[in-house]
Ligand binder design. Structure first.
Ligand SMILES: Cc1cc2nc3c(=O)[nH]c(=O)nc-3n(C[C@H](O)[C@H](O)[C@H](O)COP(=O)(O)OP(=O)(O)OC[C@H]3O[C@@H](n4cnc5c(N)ncnc54)[C@H](O)[C@@H]3O)c2cc1C
Ligand code: SF4
Length: 331
């Protein structure tokens, strides 16, 4: 690992001021925050990330989960994934979030990983993590060997000619279905970003993954008040039963009255270049009876998928995953 300066600021303003000196908040940033370190330190050991300054945010007062006056929930940036998944309010009112987190990584990793770090985890594309290979995300303009190479795990939605890397997060899929908002403190003030606007499609600039700018510190995430009577399921399909990233996953938050769907929020994981909300599937569900045929029709929203040489199987897998998640939620 190359040498770097390690800072432990005492307050949020000091952390933001230090980070605001960064050349970018995207790939190649010379200043990085570190929280659990389970993404950043891996990538520093591989020389994929080479910050000259690392700002430890673990002393900042960002580690609480609190009820909000409107009935929603505020989750601090450094709340550990394990603490979030096992929080009684999350288990009762936001079950899809608890299930998604517990479907990811391992118990040890979830004890370290944080809310903000999970939002910003990087793709597992093997070429991105190997500095001997070209990669447009790591080094813009060098190419994307994944497009003709090992792409079985990679995306079928939101891809471009420049990058087809999957966003690997389970937590983000649940947060998409729950319509979370990400709160950021930057050197010019605070702002709130709906999670659907937070991650960027790769387009011709795959090294830009989020809307974050230098200095931006994620302080917390908020969830809207729980939807009364909603049923929630996160279903993850993968090559082995644990400690593996999704080939396809689905997070659903659905409300049923009189045998008909009255409200639906649907998000998919393992298939998109960003956590993937499907308004088409939601529209196809609302007003329809809770019948498998209708669930399958909703899953047909994946018709715009753009598979590569090794991952066309994900289209049918994702359709079955969503159909089954809807069946589980409405059984
Ligand atoms: C072996 C392994 C298996 C895994 N399996 C899964 C899985 O199945 N599913 C899944 O979803 N995830 C999985 N993960 C990923 C894991 O969930 C992430 O590594 C973790 O959530 C990152 O959180 P962290 O706090 O450790 O992040 P860090 O490594 O500390 O930070 C990650 C990034 O976020 C930035 N950052 C952190 N906090 C802030 C902040 N407050 N504001 C701005 N920037 C910030 C850092 O600068 C860095 O760029 C796995 C990881 C490993 C190593
Ligand atoms: S898919 Fe993206 S991350 Fe993977 S090699 Fe291509 S540019 Fe790099």
């Amino acid at each position: 690992m190359h040498p770097f300066e390690f800072l432990r600021p005492a307050d949020t303003a000091a952390a933001v001021a230090s980070a605001a000196q960064a050349n970018t908040a995207q790939q190649g940033a010379d200043v990085r925050f570190v929280a659990g370190g389970t993404t950043l330190l891996d990538l520093m050991k591989l020389n994929v990330e080479t910050p000259v300054r690392v700002i430890d945010i673990n002393r900042l007062p960002l580690d609480t989960i609190e009820a909000m006056p409107d009935g929603g929930l505020q989750i601090g940036a450094t709340v550990r994934n394990a603490d979030l998944a096992h929080h009684p309010t999350v288990q009762r009112d936001y079950a899809v979030l608890s299930q998604a987190i517990l479907a990811g990584a391992s118990a040890q990793l979830r004890n370290m990983a944080t809310t903000a770090g999970n939002l910003l985890q990087r793709t597992r594309c093997v070429y991105f993590r190997d500095t001997a290979m070209p990669c447009n995300k790591r080094e813009p303009g060098t190419g994307s060997p994944a497009i003709t190479g090992a792409n079985r795990m990679l995306a079928i939605l939101g891809t471009s000619a420049h990058c087809i890397a999957t966003n690997p997060s389970d937590m983000c899929v649940a947060m998409m279905a729950l319509e979370a908002t990400i709160h950021v403190q930057g050197h010019q003030g605070a702002r709130a970003i709906p999670i659907g606007d937070f991650h960027l499609l790769p387009g011709s600039t795959p090294h830009r993954e989020t809307v974050l700018e230098p200095g931006d510190l994620i302080t917390h995430v908020t969830l809207p008040p729980p939807v009364a009577g909603s049923r929630q399921v996160y279903l993850k399909l993968r090559d082995r039963a644990s400690y593996e990233f999704a080939l396809a996953s689905a997070g659903v938050v659905i409300t049923v009255a009189g045998g008909q769907v009255t409200r639906a929020r649907v998000a998919l994981g393992g298939v998109g270049t960003k956590p993937w909300r499907s308004p088409e599937a939601e529209a196809a569900l609302v007003g329809q009876p809770t019948h498998q045929t209708n669930f399958r029709t909703a899953a047909a929203a994946l018709r715009d998928a753009n598979p590569q040489s090794e991952n066309a199987f994900k289209i049918e897998l994702a359709k079955r995953c969503l159909t089954h998640a809807l069946q589980l939620a409405t059984a």
